[in-house]
Structures are given as C-alpha cells and as structure tokens.
Design a protein around this ligand. Structure first.
Ligand code: HEM
Length: 131
C-alpha cells in the first residue's frame, strides 16, 4: 500500500477547511432556498451551533480529528435524530442540499466528491420513517 492510498478521505478531500466550507454551503442553501423550507424549519433559529456540530461530526467520520466524537461519547447519529419527524421529503431535502453543497465546494479530490455525496445521501434517506 502506498502512503497515498492510506490517506483518509478527510485528508484526501482537503481537511478541516473543506469540511467547513461544505457545511457552510449546506446551511446557506437551507437559509436561502424555498425548496428546503421544511428542513430549515425543523432547526433552531441560529444555525451556527449546527455549523460547528456537523463540520465536527463529518470531519471525524471521514477520518479526521475526532473532537466531536470525544465531546459526544457514544452518541449515535440515528438516535440523535429519532426525536425528529423525518419523512421521505425532508430526508430528500437534506440529501439534495448536501449533494449540491459538495458539488459547489472546491476540494482536493474530485473523485471522492461523488462517493461522499452518495454516502451522506444514503445516510439521510435511511433516517426517514416509513409513512
Ligand atoms: C435525514 C434528514 C435530516 C434531518 C431532517 C435532520 C435534522 C436535524 C435537526 C432538526 C437537528 C437539530 C438541530 C438544532 O438543534 O437546531 C439535527 C442535528 C444534527 N444532525 Fe441532522 N438531520 C438529518 C440528517 C443528518 C445526517 C445524514 C447527518 C450526518 C451525516 C446529520 C448530522 C447532524 C448532527 C451532527 C447534528 C447535531 C447533533 C448534536 O450535536 O446534538 N443529520 N439534525
């Protein structure tokens, strides 16, 4: 295995600044696009704590610094969301806004972008409750 092949997706995509830029674009889309109004309305008025939390979660999940996981020991993403009424529509809004945010953000590896978008999209759609 070469050193390059051992790099985490976090590093290959460009590290903390790239994950923060994706998350900022994601919440900017939620705040500006009427298509994501239902998803936006599920969140609190101030999205800055979510910008921190989602960037921290995604960075650790992709193999980067694990600060969010250390600050939230044993916290499971599916349990975090079990109290919200996530249906197929709001899950699809999340997935689409995230796909767009990833697409709009320059990263160090173009090839990994599609994989990142696909994984997060399936995670979001998996959180929807059956109607
Ligand atoms: C399926 C659609 C989803 C909906 C509707 C949704 C909605 C929410 C809401 C309403 C909150 C609380 C926000 C607040 O307190 O203002 C939240 C928290 C959070 N969500 Fe989601 N979410 C979805 C999918 C995801 C996915 C796929 C991930 C990860 C890849 C994720 C990561 C997070 C994180 C990290 C938090 C903060 C947890 C914490 O620190 O307490 N969400 N989400």
């Amino acid at each position: 295995m070469t050193a390059n092949a051992a790099r985490s997706p976090y590093e290959a995509l460009g590290g903390a600044q790239v994950f923060r830029a994706i998350v900022d674009r994601f919440y900017d889309l939620l705040e500006s696009e009427p298509a994501y109004a239902r998803l936006r309305a599920m969140h609190g008025p101030d999205l800055s704590p979510m910008r921190e939390a989602l960037a921290g979660f995604l960075s650790g999940w992709a193999g980067g610094p694990r600060d969010w996981f250390e600050a939230n020991p044993g916290r499971c993403m599916f349990s975090v969301h079990s109290g919200f009424a996530i249906d197929a529509d709001t899950a699809a809004q999340w997935a689409e806004a995230m796909e767009r945010a990833i697409d709009d953000t320059p990263t160090a590896s173009g090839a990994l972008k599609a994989q990142l978008a696909q994984r997060l999209s399936s995670m979001a759609r998996g959180m929807a409750r059956a109607a």
